[in-house]
Write a protein that binds this ligand. Structure first.
Ligand code: DON
Length: 561
C-alpha cells in the first residue's frame, strides 16, 4: 500500500465476519499498480490478490468473476454468460463472447401460446428461461491470455464459498425481497433461503457451490460442462419445464470475435461486436452526436441531452430491426456504423422539437415499459486492460438454483425477441434478426469498452443495466472526451436514458430539473427513475497516473494490487 500516493475512501462499511476487514473503496489514484473495480469489495480484492501473486489483468478478471459468482449472487455467476474486451499493452485487441445459447430443443415460438399470445413469464422465470451457460467456457478462453493456472484463479472463490462471507445491506435486502421467488422456482431449499430475514453482516456459506468450483478446479471445463455438475443441471431441468440436455452443455463453446473499433475525436474506441448490440450502438450514438459538435456543450445541458437522446432513439430503432447473432443473420455492422448511413439517419434531427419514434423505425406493437448484470474493469501494472460485463439477465436470473450444485441459472432466453414487437424485461423490442433458433445467441446490450490513445488503453469502462448499458457507456465516453470531466464526476453524475421505444426519456432522480422541464417544452415525454447503472471506470492520464472509480450507487469497490 505504501506506493499508493493518494487514495480517498468516500464511504467505508466494515463488515463483521470472517471476511471482516473489508472496506468499500470508491476511488483510488495510484501509479504503477494494477487495479480492479467490481461490484463487490471481496471480488475486487480477489482480483487484486491475483495481481499481487504475479497474474496479469486477464488472470485477475477471471478470479474476480469467480469471486462475484459467490459474493454477488444477484449477478455474478457461473450459470450465466458475458463478454470480455481485452487490449494488451502491445496494442493487441481481442474479445471473448461467452453469451448463452438457446438449447437445441428451443423453437421460434416456444414462448407463444396457441392463441398467439407471448408468455414472458416463461421466458423470464423458471427453468424454461435458461440459456446454456457460457461463463466457465469464457473463463477458460480468457485464461489463455493470462499466466497463472486456473486452479489458482478459482481458489479465492472456493474459500469465500466454503468459509462464508458477510452479506452487505443491499444484498440482504435483495435476498429478502426475492425469497418468495426462490421458494416458488425451486423444489428444495438452498443457501439463499433463510427463515429469519437476512441482515447486513449475516454469513452466507455456499457448500454446494464450493464443491462445484472444486470440480472445475480439478477437472477444468469438464468439471462444469460434463460429469456431476452437468448431470445436476440436467436433473434440475427435469424437475420442471427445462429443456437443456447433457449434449447442449458438452457442445457449448465461448467464441473469440474481432473487436468492434472506431475512431472518436482522436481516440480509438474498442468495444463488443454482435451478438452484443453494445458496440454498434455506442459507435452510432457517438458518431451521430459528433455531427452536432457535442464538445461545445456541458454535461446534462438541455441541448447536449437532446442531441444524445435523439442519437439514442435512432440507434435503438436499428437495434430492433437489424441486430442479432452474427452466426445466424447477415451482419450489417459496417453499414450501420458508416458515416454515410449515419449522416442520412441524422437528417431528421431538429433542435426545435422531439423526433417522434414512429419516424425513425417500424413500430410493430407498443411495448410495455420495464427494469442483474455486473461489470469489472481491470488494468495491470504493465498496462494490459480488461473490461468484462457478465450477467444472469434479471436479478438472480431465472431464480432457479441447481440443486446439489448451488448456483443460480440465468433467464437469458428473454433477451431473444420472443415474438416480434413484444418487449423483453427491459422494454427492448426486436424482430426476426433476434428470433429464437437452436444454438443461437440472444442479442445483448452489454458494452464492455476500452478507449485507446496512441494505441494504449487509457479508459476502461462498463456497467450493468439492460438497455441502459450502451447509453450509460455513451455518457461516460462523452463525459471524458467531450466534456473533459474526471472519472468520479462521470461515474456518479445523474444519468438519462432513451431507447426509441417506449417514447419516454428516463432521468435519474437527482437529474437537473431545469433541463427536464426545457426538454418537456420541446415535446419530450419524461419519467424519473431511481437509479441507472453501476459504472466501473479506470482512467489514465498522460503521465500514467491511474484514477479508478467504483459506482457510488452500490457496494462497488476498487482494490489495488
Ligand atoms: O445482455 C443484456 O443486455 C441483458 N441481459 C443485461 C441485463 C442487465 O444488465 C440487468 N442489469 N441490471
Amino acid at each position: 500500500m505504501q506506493k499508493i500516493f493518494f487514495s480517498i475512501i468516500l464511504f467505508s462499511a466494515t463488515l463483521s465476519a470472517q471476511y471482516t476487514d473489508i472496506s468499500i473503496i470508491k476511488e483510488v489514484k495510484v501509479k504503477n499498480r494494477g487495479v480492479v473495480v467490481s461490484a463487490h469489495p471481496l471480488a475486487s480484492e480477489a482480483g487484486a490478490k491475483i495481481l499481487k501473486s504475479g497474474g496479469n489483468a486477464y488472470d485477475a478478471v477471471v478470479a474476480t468473476q469467480y469471486a462475484l459468482a459467490v459474493v454477488y449472487p444477484q449477478a455474478g455467476n457461473i450459470g450465466g454468460g458475458g463478454f470480455l474486451v481485452g487490449v494488451k499493452n502491445t496494442g493487441e485487441k481481442f474479445t471473448i463472447d461467452y453469451r448463452e445459447t438457446a438449447p437445441r430443443k428451443a423453437t421460434h415460438d416456444m414462448y407463444v401460446d396457441k392463441n398467439g399470445k407471448a408468455d414472458t413469464d416463461l421466458s423470464q422465470n423458471g427453468r424454461l428461461a435458461v440459456g446454456i451457460p457460457g461463463s466457465v467456457s469464457g473463463f477458460f478462453a480468457t485464461s489463455k491470455y493470462g499466466r497463472l493456472p486456473m486452479s489458482q484463479l478459482i481458489q479465492p472463490a472456493i474459500d469465500l464459498a466454503e468459509k462464508g462471507f458477510a452479506v452487505t445491506q443491499q444484498e440482504a435486502a435483495l435476498l429478502n425481497s426475492n425469497k418468495a421467488h426462490f421458494q416458488k422456482y425451486n423444489s428444495s431449499t438452498n443457501a439463499f433461503i433463510k427463515t429469519a430475514p437476512w441482515k447486513a453482516g449475516d454469513i452466507l456459506v455456499q457448500k454446494e457451490l464450493a464443491e462445484t468450483l472444486k470440480l472445475i478446479q480439478k477437472d477444468g471445463l469438464k468439471g462444469f460442462y460434463q460429469g456431476k455438475t452437468a448431470e445436476l443441471l440436467v436433473a434440475e431441468m427435469k424437475r420442471g419445464n427445462g429443456i437443456i440436455t447433457l449434449e447442449d452443455l458438452k457442445n457449448y463453446k465461448a467464441a473469440e470475435r474481432k473487436a468492434l473499433e472506431f475512431d472518436y475525436k482522436g481516440s480509438r474506441i474498442v468495444s463488443m461486436p454482435l451478438p452484443s448490440s453494445g458496440g454498434i450502438l455506442l459507435a452510432q450514438m457517438l458518431k451521430m452526436a459528433s455531427f452536432e459538435n457535442l464538445e461545445k456543450y456541458q454535461q446534462n445541458d438541455t441541448k447536449a441531452v437532446q442531441i444524445m437522446v435523439e442519437a439514442e432513439r435512432r440507434a435503438f430503432a436499428d437495434r430492433a430491426e437489424y441486430m442479432g447473432d452474427p452466426d445466424f443473420i447477415r451482419d450489417k455492422t459496417l453499414y450501420l456504423i458508416s458515416d454515410e448511413y449515419l449522416k442520412n439517419r441524422w437528417k431528421s434531427f431538429s433542435f426545435d422539437k422531439a423526433t417522434p419514434s414512429s419516424e425513425v423505425g417500424k413500430i410493430v406493437i407498443q411495448p410495455k415499459e420495464s427494469m442483474e448484470t455486473t461489470h469489472i474493469s481491470v488494468i495491470d501494472k504493465e498496462g494490459n486492460a480488461a473490461a468484462v460485463t457478465t450477467t444472469l439477465n434479471g436479478l438472480y436470473g431465472s431464480k432457479v438454483v441447481v440443486s446439489g450444485a448451488g448456483f443460480f441459472l440465468n433467464n437469458e432466453m428473454d433477451d431473444f425477441s420472443v415474438k416480434p414487437g413484444v418487449p423483453n424485461m427491459f422494454g427492448a423490442v426486436g424482430g426476426e434478426a433476434n428470433s429464437i433458433q437452436p444454438n443461437k445467441r440472444m442479442l445483448s446490450s452489454m458494452t464492455p469498452t476500452i478507449v485507446l490513445k496512441n494505441g494504449k488503453p487509457y479508459m476502461v469502462v462498463g456497467t450493468p443495466g439492460g438497455t441502459t448499458i450502451p447509453t450509460s457507456v455513451y455518457q461516460s465516453v462523452v463525459d471524458v472526451i467531450d466534456f473533459r470531466l474526471n472519472a468520479n464526476i462521470s461515474v456518479n453524475a445523474p444519468k438519462f436514458h432513451h431507447q426509441w421505444l417506449p417514447e419516454t426519456v428516463a432521468f435519474e432522480k437527482n437529474f437537473p430539473e431545469s433541463t427536464i422541464m426545457e426538454l418537456e417544452k420541446l415535446g419530450y415525454k419524461t419519467e424519473r427513475w431511481n437509479q441507472i447503472g453501476r459504472t466501473e471506470m479506470i482512467l489514465l492520464d498522460d503521465n500514467g497516473n491511474i484514477h479508478a472509480v467504483a459506482d457510488g450507487r452500490g457496494d462497488d469497490s476498487v482494490a489495488v494490487e
